[in-house]
Design a protein around this ligand. Structure first.
Ligand SMILES: NC(=O)c1ccc[n+]([C@@H]2O[C@H](COP(=O)([O-])OP(=O)(O)OC[C@H]3O[C@@H](n4cnc5c(N)ncnc54)[C@H](O)[C@@H]3O)[C@@H](O)[C@H]2O)c1
Ligand SMILES: O=P(O)(O)OC[C@H](O)CO
Length: 323
């Protein structure tokens, strides 16, 4: 049992965590880890003066907070160091690899099969974290001891951390909701109202579950913080960059202008490509993702996307659901 009421760690020895990727999420995670008085926190980026080998030297945890496009490169860099197999690898990236369709944790596991892999994901908008607002997150691993070690590391009086044994579901909840957040931004940008938003988010969840379970996730994980929790946070917040993309498109701006204004990572843009490719190959119904895909490719207007969703063939609410 951990007493975090005053940030105390009654059963914890000092630990070192090296965070790779000093973007907004890496910086926010460093701030969270520093809440733990027993943690020595190192934040490393490609511009850091020290080498990656120096940054991870003696670390109990190495956490990757790079964007999806940097995962392969980070793996290659880390493989060139002498990281011991006892080091717990934590991945906080929300994306899918464009070529292999793998999740980041699957890529990390392929490269470092002996190291415990933990996924950290949840409804965690970095700007709220930076403001010290309370939040909850999930650490998930097939290695329960590793997940619990990460839980002890990050638990504090501003962050409640839950552990589970479904890293793929935890990871895919945070990844797939980015596509739905683009749709939610369109919904709000067009001022379609609360009824439409509720319908969109409710129908988004089974869509995420269909793809997620095909990729090896447990359905129930999508009803937790990393699924529904993150879907609600991201689809209801103007702080979300994915939401901002949909909102901007709904205002008639071209995608390149919207992305230039955001000037930061928007993972849903690449994720929808992978999601739609898998859905096509496997004949999995993903109507919302398909409309987001067509919208991002300039094949339809936001208004036509809404119309296309409403005009679909009538069906039973649960006829092809997994639950
Ligand atoms: N910002 C949030 O609120 C938030 C919350 C949870 C998860 N995430 C996820 O965290 C990941 C990072 O997002 P962010 O918000 O920090 O984006 P960001 O654009 O602020 O930072 C991305 C970071 O990745 C680094 N990077 C990219 N390629 C790299 C490489 N080859 N080697 C080393 N570093 C590399 C960049 O230098 C940058 O520091 C994304 O997958 C995002 O979905 C973000
Ligand atoms: O800004 P976004 O859209 O990448 O969302 C950030 C986080 O994933 C929210 O949990």
């Amino acid at each position: 049992m951990i007493n975090t009421a005053r940030g105390d760690r009654v059963d914890m020895a000092p630990v070192t965590i090296a965070i790779i990727g000093a973007g907004v999420w890496g910086a926010a995670l460093a701030r969270l880890a520093r809440q733990n008085p027993q943690a020595i926190v190192r934040l490393w980026s490609r511009r850091s003066p020290e080498s990656l080998a120096e940054a991870i030297g003696g670390a109990n945890f190495v956490l990757s907070a790079v964007s999806m496009k940097g995962v392969s490169d980070s793996i290659t860099r880390l493989a060139a160091t002498e990281m011991p197999p006892s080091t717990v690898l934590i991945t906080a990236t929300k994306g899918l690899d464009a070529q292999s369709h793998q999740t980041p944790s699957q890529m990390w596991h392929s490269a470092f099969p002996q190291n415990p892999i933990v996924v950290l994901s949840g409804p965690n908008l970095s700007q709220e974290i930076e403001h010290g607002l309370p939040a909850a997150t999930v650490v998930a691993s097939y290695d329960q001891g590793a997940a619990e070690a990460a839980q002890r590391l990050f638990a504090s009086n501003v962050l409640r951390v839950y552990a589970n044994l479904d890293p793929i579901g935890t990871e895919l909840g945070g990844t797939l909701k980015n596509v739905m957040a683009i749709a939610a931004g369109v919904c709000d940008g067009l001022q379609l109202g609360t009824n439409a938003k509720a319908a969109l988010l409710t129908r988004a969840l089974p869509e995420m579950i269909r793809i997620g379970t095909h990729l090896g996730a447990q359905a129930e994980t999508f009803f937790g913080l990393a699924g529904l929790g993150d879907l609600l946070a991201t689809c209801n917040s103007a702080l979300s960059r994915n939401y901002q993309v949909g909102y901007g498109l709904a205002q008639g701006k071209p995608l390149d202008r919207v992305l230039a204004e955001i000037h930061s990572t928007v993972e849903g843009i690449n994720t929808v490509e992978v999601l739609v490719a898998i859905a096509r190959e496997q004949q999995i119904p993903v109507p919302i993702a398909r409309q987001v895909h067509r919208l991002l490719h300039g094949q339809i207007t936001p208004q036509q996307a809404v119309r296309a969703l409403i005009d679909r063939d009538l069906k039973q609410e649960f006829e092809d659901e997994l639950l």
